[in-house]
Design a protein around this ligand. Structure first.
Ligand code: ADP
Ligand code: MG
Length: 731
């Protein structure tokens, strides 16, 4: 019988590793080999060109045209020494992927002489044929096309695929009238805003600090499945997740997967992609099994944020590509399997100074302690005041399956800081109404750093349920989805913190002008911030139902629906915030909002179609075939004159099948109707909500329920879709 499922299963064995890449002996020997680092630049560029490149990296200084030619020439010489034939601008448009447009170094001179060249112009600016990237109507309104522009702060790199080697230039992607069409442009702007605001505040404590940069260490979770099985599941192919499928008898109850031995095939795959990552300068450090079967995680050493974001995007590209060689498929979806843990991407975020200080590492002297406390409290205030935006920054169709479900960070935005720091803040708060006088400086002498070991213990042992947690020397934004481009939540976080720091400075300065001592002024403002924001602090179990009630009492944001959450991007408060910090103009926010809603609509639409198709063309036919066998059997027993007891069970099963078939056909019909209705709605916002409520919420779970019931009844031989146990326990 023609059954893709059995085909795929029988082929798993052939998919075993047939080639192993040479294991990496020493990472340091290959690290950065495919990156145009400053050390390489030094070697391939003239003094003038090198200095100009460094200045542009350090302070955004413009590169002159003739110097641009020199840098491009140096890059080409380096690339050609590594047999590279093409170059490409590499950017991250709003569809959440990376994009490239390859050009050859090869060209013809006017007289027809063939030459290889790479001019400064081609390095600095390109016009990709980008009409198919989402622009939320921006390009249509303002300009027909956008252009990509070189971002010297992220080094060029060589991508080596079986098709050839390409020199990739990290770029931003903007319209001719300056609107950003990608995720990098606003990220860079938010980094600049944070730099300025944080340096100004640092000046209270340390005059030597001249620049500040956010750092990011992401932790990428993902599932790995056999490609044969993947290809036999249209839902995985088209949506990255399964839309039906009964949980396996053995799920993650045993938790024997966590930190367990990594299966051999996946291990070979990991070694392979890690090697490629090292060549590209991605400093991967850890790898382990996650909670769910076939789920894994990898994390690098943290980096300056712009680079860390590029590296995460690059990692996802590399993983998808390398997996193919191993006949494996990586799933970055937030919730590929119902009833099994979903995938996230913790964003570990901190800020560090050009003097080498991590501003979120509690200091050992009263002065550095107060600096830590200042940033710490300002961040809490920022996340509290803009919690709806923080929530919006992680709202996607995929993450909607995860947030608020009982195994992922809740959709409620709260902050975990550990007992000791909570007590410290409450200690400061208690002094409300009293003025800080010189004696109160005792508070500055709190040995906060001593609490860190305790905090780490608290955090690793007990509280993993918080969406936003302080973990000793950084905040960990845990609610980010596994498929997200980190730039999106990081842009929001940088901006809200920058804005809060700026108003903090204004308030402190005003008090100082009135004649108060600097430290007293700072403590007064911090004290007020603590009072205003403490409702967001939560140390308990974020998965408990009690917390939902408590959070509601506290007036905290708890929005489960992604399209509703996205609305926060276009509130007046947000528009003013982003304009004030020069990150987005209002109309850019409107455009982005529309793009995100459209993405949501499309995702739910495709899922609904796939679900309908699977039920109609695979589930129902399998059920009917099995039912026919039951009926034949009943008829045979009847004609053999057996009593009805003999076919009682068969009849019951046949009836059950009919029951599920009827509901399924009816619900699939009604889902199609709901889609047709939703398609007629013109406003993206209303359409997205109709898709969420009428198409998804009213149909997906109920259809899935009945399909999964059938999966448990129907003869395994007739079932055409690979089952969870096969996909998840693949070896
Ligand atoms: P977990 O227990 O959550 O796995 P780890 O201690 O392994 O946490 O660290 C998680 C991530 O945090 C790593 O990627 C690490 O590089 C990153 N990290 C550590 N310090 C900082 C920092 N100052 N800024 C940003 N990220 C950091
Ligand atoms: Mg973590």
């Amino acid at each position: 019988m023609d059954n893709l499922r059995f085909d795929a299963i029988s082929r798993i064995r052939d998919n075993h590793i047939n080639h192993l890449t040479q294991p990496v002996n020493k990472v340091t020997e290959i690290f950065n080999s495919n990156v145009f680092t400053l050390a390489v630049a030094r070697q391939f560029l003239s003094d003038e060109a090198y200095k100009s490149l460094v200045a542009s990296i350090k302070s955004g200084k413009k590169i002159e045209r003739n110097v641009g030619d020199q840098i491009a020439g140096g890059m080409r010489a380096w690339a050609e020494s590594k047999s590279v034939t093409h170059f490409s601008h590499w950017f991250q448009p709003l569809n959440g992927l990376s994009a490239e447009k390859h050009d050859s170094f090869f060209t013809l001179k006017n007289d027809g002489t063939p030459i290889e060249e790479f001019e400064g112009n081609s390095l600095i600016q390109q016009e990709p044929d980008a009409s198919s990237f989402p622009s939320g109507g921006l390009r249509a309104t303002f300009e027909a096309r956008g252009y990509t522009a070189w971002d010297p702060s992220s080094p060029a790199f060589i991508v080596d695929t079986t098709e050839g080697k390409t020199l990739c230039i990290p770029t931003i992607f903007v319209s001719y009238t300056g609107e950003s069409l990608d995720t990098k442009t606003p990220l860079l702007k938010s980094i600049a805003a944070l730099d300025k605001a944080a340096v100004d505040v640092c000046q209270y404590f340390d005059k030597n600090i001249n620049s500040v940069t956010p750092t990011l260490g992401w932790e990428q979770e993902f599932f790995v499945v056999d490609s044969g099985l993947y290809n036999a599941r249209p839902d995985l192919q088209l949506t990255g997740k399964t839309v039906i499928g009964h949980a396996p008898a053995k799920g993650q109850q045993l938790e024997d997967h966590y930190f367990g031995a990594i299966p051999e095939r996946v291990y070979a795959f990991m070694r392979d992609y890690e090697k490629e990552c090292y060549l590209l300068g991605i400093p991967l450090r850890t790898r382990h099994n996650e909670v769910a079967p076939s789920q894994f995680e990898c994390a690098p050493i943290y980096e300056e944020m712009n680079l860390a974001v590029d590296h995460n995007t690059l990692l996802m590209d590399v993983m998808a590509r390398v997996a193919r060689r191993h006949k494996l498929t990586v799933l970055f979806h937030e919730k590929p399997f119902a009833g099994i843990n979903g995938s996230g991407k913790h964003n570990n975020w901190s800020i560090s100074t050009d003097t080498g200080i991590n501003l979120l590492a509690p200091g050992r002297t009263p002065k550095t302690n107060l600096m830590f406390l200042t940033f710490f409290v300002n961040i809490i205030k920022a996340v509290h005041h803009y919690s709806d935006l923080i929530r919006a920054s992680i709202a996607t169709a995929g993450n909607e399956y995860r947030l608020g479900a009982n195994e992922a960070p809740p959709a409620i935005v709260s902050i975990f800081i550990g007992k000791y720091l909570t007590d410290t803040l409450l200690e400061i708060e208690k002094r409300v109404g009293l003025n800080f006088d010189e004696q109160d400086e005792a508070i500055l002498k709190l040995d906060i750093y001593k609490s860190i070991p305790e905090l780490m213990l608290d955090n690793t042992d007990r509280n993993r349920t918080s969406p936003f947690a302080f973990t000793g020397n950084k905040f960990e934004f845990r609610a980010v989805g596994s498929s997200a481009n980190c730039a999106i939540p990081m842009t929001v976080l940088n901006t809200v913190v920058a804005d809060t720091l700026r108003s903090f400075k204004t308030e402190v300065d005003a008090i100082i002008e009135n004649g108060d001592k600097k430290e007293i002024a700072i403590m007064q403002v911090l004290q007020r911030y603590i009072v205003e924001s403490k409702t967001i602090l939560f140390e308990g179990d974020g998965y408990s139902s009690g917390w939902e009630k408590e959070a509601a009492k506290r007036g905290l944001v708890n929005i489960k629906s992604a399209p509703v959450a996205l609305g926060a991007y276009v509130s007046n408060k947000s528009k003013e915030l982003f304009e004030r910090n020069r990150v987005f103009a209002s109309h850019e926010l409107e455009a982005r909002y529309e793009i995100m809603l459209e993405a949501y609509i499309k995702r739910v639409q495709i899922e609904a179609r796939v679900l309908g198709d699977l039920i109609t063309t695979m589930v129902l036919p399998s059920a009917i075939k099995y039912q026919n066998i039951l009926l034949e059997n009943i008829n045979a027993l009847k004609s053999a004159d057996l009593s009805h007891i003999a076919y009682k069970a068969q009849r019951e099963i046949a009836e059950k099948i009919s029951y599920h078939i009827n509901i399924l056909s009816e619900k699939v019909e009604s889902m199609i109707e709901a889609r047709k209705k939703a398609n007629k709605i013109a406003q993206p916002h209303k359409q997205a909500i109709a898709y969420a409520e009428e198409v998804k919420n009213k149909h997906f779970d109920i259809i899935r329920y009945h399909a999964d019931k059938l999966e448990l009844i129907v003869d395994d031989q007739f079932w055409t879709l690979p089952k969870y146990r096969e996909i998840l326990f693949m070896r």
